[in-house]
Design a protein around this ligand. Sequence first.
Ligand SMILES: [Zn+2]
Length: 419
Amino acid sequence: MSGTQSPAGSLLASSHNYASDNGNLTRKGHIDQKGSGLIASASIPAGTRILAETPLMRFPIDSRPAPGAILSAYRSLTDAQREAFDSLDFDPPDSEEEQGLNQEELDDYSASEPYILKMMLANYTANQIGGCVCTKISQLNHDCLPNCQIAWNAGIGKVTVHAVRDIAKEEELTISYIDGANMTKDSRQEKLNEWGFQCRCKACADTETGREHDAVRDTLECHQEYIKTQWEKGSAMDVDNCHRNAVEMADLQEENGILTKELADSYHLAAAFSWMLVNPKETLEWAEKQCEREKLCLGDDHPEYKRTVDIIPLIRSAITGYDDFQAARRESDLANLTAVVMKKARPKKCGDWRAKNLVKARWWTRREMEVKEGDEEYEEVEKLERELEFLEERVKKKGGNESDGVTEYRKIEAWLERE
Ligand SMILES: [Zn+2]
């Protein structure tokens, strides 16, 4: 390519998001105690997409690929890609070391040069993050309080790196190799052993600040565990306590500089429990925070962010639906009431929300209108009843708790009585 490259400043002014690589915001440099890493070559505002790369290799995140799979991915690289892969940093294995493989397995894949296979596997192990190996992104070092977020964006088929906060020029760019926001130092290190290094970041340091920070992580770990255990109880869960825990998780993460995607996940939990407590206004506040954080960490072209954006109008409609309903009830405007109830009971998306709205609609209609056979609205109410039965039937078939609908109904009843 000829011509001059745009300076980072003007690129940022035009857009914070672009599907292509923006490598001119980074440079490779020496980092104390870590070897090499990537450094910000300009000041970078929060939410900037710093890198977007098609990975050299990508495997499912939840299981370690077989050596044969890594080898065949390596073989299918172009010459330029292979050169990029080979020049990544890693500690070459001792020639006697087996890298977890026995000689037979090695012979299967590369009878002539088993050492090259070992090198290739050691390279993969050191440089994969979430099952992906990238030319530049794999050069980023880990930090338990990172200033960047790595993510796989299926929408554009690339691995992206976003600034989770404002980053000063010359700061090292770091990501978390693991979802470790709600883990203590020891739990994190156990996971990080996979990469074969001991984390020496601020959060892991054996200093007073480090220990104070670890106490926060311990609380976060407990809260997350509590919510997980409660969640498994289904309709018997203590929603009030789960809500309190989720809100505290979000607050603690914010206060302690944990600004990655996992903060968005805590906002999401707070929103979900607010919704279960039939508080649509608070649900909206948390969902909007989730949206904002996901946009910063993932970019506005990420499918997960787009899903959150789609849910916002549904929450808004739950709020206005309730307000409209109250207004209609005050005015004893029965025709308007029917219209509001019917409209709000049929959002197009989210089966779960739809079921809840149907329960609400059934209750409102029955209670407010005491519809009897022969009444004008009778047919509509019948239709609602049938839809609800159909949904409940499907929930039962999928192994869901059949009392969920009833629990929901009771909650709404209590809520309406309170108003
Ligand atoms: Zn650390």
